[in-house]
Design a protein around this ligand. Structure first.
Ligand SMILES: Nc1ncnc2c1ncn2[C@@H]1O[C@H](COP(=O)(O)OP(=O)(O)OP(=O)(O)O)[C@@H](O)[C@H]1O
Length: 325
């Protein structure tokens, strides 16, 4: 469904550098990413702010042309075959709407039907199905500008799927939604992926979206893929690591013992990451023998912590582990 080989995108930015002088700098927003997404997959595309996610999505949808590399979406070059690709692709940008602000949702969806040249009978059937799945009925005749954020998002999802695309690309579809609306959107996405086999690429900062929906995640940072693999493998890696929070009798230099080093020191308190292979009981016994320890807590780390570590630039943490192909 998607094939990206060493895809890069650079922007030239002009900035004032004192007086009337301007300098030109190049921002490598996407810096050589290679990945493939198969039909029917549900993939999370994650990364910190400014990592290159939106730029990738704009290249996938043909809005931007890659500076270099090879990109194919549904077998097509997105920037050259943008119109043809649009018929096979659905896109939702959570921060923006594709609906007509002053029109009732029903009329907006009728215009979408004309844009995509969907047959009237097929449109009726599809609209009925989407209306039921997304519970649109109560507000089909309400102007889009009067819809709540959650209602508008459901309307946008319907608009993106009316022409029954093979691939759905979502940029933060649950941003700003309450827990009930999030659950409706997630249930819906899970269903169309499972029942219709729609391939989904999802960008989100919401860990609930990821945990609930994505079996595979790709993590991009500074324009490069830092991880591509199963969420379960990532979670197992993370869960295997634990953290020891040690409170010493007095402040001291970072603790070092048996190959384990403190990764954070705050006064008498130090944080040590215990790898999978470490025996916590033995480490604690050794700590107590060498240092004057006031207190010790052993903490399991979750997916949130590994993402935060990665986003802070703690790359060695994941790169030291096997990355799925
Ligand atoms: N049109 C542009 N001109 C210049 N620089 C750009 C342009 N678009 C994006 N960038 C830069 O490229 C980098 C990647 O931006 P991008 O919007 O792809 O990040 P993102 O991962 O989507 O971030 P966020 O999570 O904040 O939405 C950033 O440094 C950004 O400032």
């Amino acid at each position: 469904m998607i094939e990206a080989v060493d895809v890069a995108k650079s922007f030239t930015v002009r900035a004032r550098s004192g007086g009337l002088r301007r300098t030109r700098t190049t921002v490598r927003a996407v810096d050589g990413v290679t990945f493939a997404v198969e039909q029917g997959e549900f993939v999370g595309y994650l990364g910190p702010n400014g990592a290159g996610k939106s730029t990738t999505i704009k290249m996938l949808t043909g809005i931007l042309t890659a500076s270099s590399g090879r990109l194919r979406v549904c077998g097509l070059d997105p920037s050259r075959r943008r119109t043809t690709l649009a018929r096979r692709l659905g896109v939702v940008f959570g921060q923006r709407t594709t609906l007509w602000w002053d029109l009732p949702l029903r009329d907006s969806l009728a215009l979408v039907r004309r844009l995509y040249r969907v047959e009237a009978a097929a449109h009726r059937a599809r609209l009925a199905e989407l209306t039921a799945l997304l519970e649109l009925e109560p507000f089909l005749d309400t102007p889009v500008r009067q819809l709540s954020l959650g209602q508008r998002m459901r309307g946008d999802l319907a608009a993106a799927l009316l022409h029954d695309p093979e691939l759905l690309v979502l940029d933060e579809p649950t941003i700003g939604l309450d827990v009930v609306s999030k659950a409706t959107v997630r249930d819906f996405l899970e269903r169309i992926n499972a029942e219709r086999g729609t391939t989904i690429l999802l960008t989100t900062h919401d860990l609930g979206d990821i945990e609930r929906l994505c079996r595979r995640v790709m993590i991009i940072d500074h324009g490069r893929l830092a991880y591509d693999g199963g969420l379960d493998a990532l979670r197992r890696t993370v869960d295997a690591d634990r953290q020891l929070v040690v409170e010493l009798a007095r402040p001291g230099p970072p603790i070092r013992l048996a190959g384990i080093e403190a990764e954070r020191v705050e006064g008498p308190r130090q944080w040590l990451r215990l790898p999978r292979s470490a025996n916590a009981a033995a480490v604690i016994a050794e700590l107590a023998r060498v240092h004057e320890v006031r207190d010790i807590a052993l903490r399991e780390s979750g997916i949130e912590e590994v993402l935060a570590g990665l986003y802070r630039g703690d790359h060695a943490y994941l790169r030291s582990r096997p990355v799925a192909p």
